[in-house]
Design a protein around this ligand. Structure first.
Ligand SMILES: [Zn+2]
Length: 314
């Protein structure tokens, strides 16, 4: 069986170009620019709506958007054309609260809405832009001295002028695990915050000083009372909501009968054969995780075919 998300990058991140501001300024003038505003990205119904340097200037001049920040995302592998993100905020005042939300989202989508529609390259650009935006917005100050920091290295870092320290984005590691038994069934769990019928694979954050494998064993035991062996790496997926990477594994248990939820994070667990999963997904009694998620890819990889159904994001 093939691994998950092993395709090569569609972008050359060209880190060597980040160090020279003049170079970045020149690249900006001819760039295709991802427009990121308050957690949303400018899109049509099927693709990103790229801006140009000119249209960014016009949007600022019109008073609709703040100056914002520019992040260099890299070069197209073949054409070497540059890509940037423009990370900005609405400035325009909206009439009243309700229509403001509608107006703000017109022409803008979330990555969760567009994740399965965008091309591989557009998805990669959007993940990068979203992850950078989340980090920059949440880290305006220096962790050493508390002073203000500024965007550095074309968005790849922040810099504190007071103590000359440079700060880099963090990515939080989370493991996600497909548990199988010796009959090749899989175990899925239900979280109480989810709609009824929604089941997914088990996941949890890596703790300091832990290996991924130790984290898999600990999380699985905590959430499902299952002990596993034969832990195999499947692949990874950036998940910038707000700053994670999902590292996916499968693992096998010899004692499927002891599976039970922890009553807090997981309130129900169920074993599925392929036939049971297909039938439940088809009749709507089982809501699978959405197409953009690595959980869905893990389940379909085991199933050997695309699964039916799948809810939208809550
Ligand atoms: Zn500082």
């Amino acid at each position: 069986m093939s691994a998950i998300n092993q395709h090569p990058s569609c972008i050359d991140r060209a880190g060597e170009l980040r160090v020279n501001q003049n170079t970045l300024d020149q690249l900006w003038e001819k760039a295709k620019i991802v427009h990121h505003a308050q957690g949303r990205i400018a899109t049509s119904t099927t693709s990103l709506n790229f801006l140009t340097a000119q249209s960014v200037s016009e949007a600022i001049a019109s008073g609709d958007f703040a100056e914002g920040s520019r992040y260099f995302l890299g070069l197209d592998i073949e054409s070497r054309a540059p890509f940037f993100a423009w990370d900005t905020q609405w400035k325009k005042s909206f009439s009243d609260d309700e229509s403001a939300e509608e107006e703000k989202s017109a022409g803008f989508s979330t990555l969760r809405e567009m994740g399965t529609i965008l091309s591989a390259q557009e998805l990669e650009l959007s993940l990068h832009a979203t992850a950078l935006s989340n980090w920059h917005q949440a880290h305006p100050r220096c962790p050493k001295c508390g002073g203000p920091t500024r965007v550095d290295l074309g968005g790849a870092a922040r810099f504190c002028d007071a103590d000359q320290s440079q700060h880099h984005p963090r990515t939080d590691s989370a493991v996600i695990v497909l548990i199988k038994d010796r009959a090749d069934r899989i175990l899925l769990g239900h979280q109480p915050v989810w709609p009824e019928g929604r089941f997914s694979t088990f996941a949890g954050f890596l703790e300091p000083g832990e290996t991924f494998e130790q984290c898999v064993s600990r999380e699985i035991f905590e959430e499902s009372n299952i002990t596993v062996s034969e832990i195999q790496y499947l692949g990874s997926q950036p998940w910038p909501f707000p700053a994670s990477i999902m590292i996916s594994f499968e693992a096998v248990t010899d004692n499927p009968e002891v599976a039970r939820g922890d009553g807090e994070e997981i309130t129900e667990v169920k074993w599925f054969s392929r036939a049971e999963l297909k039938a439940a997904a088809a009749d709507g009694s089982l809501l699978l995780p959405p197409g953009i998620s690595v959980a869905r890819k893990m389940i379909e990889r085991w199933l050997g075919e695309p699964a039916q159904g799948g809810e939208t994001w809550r």
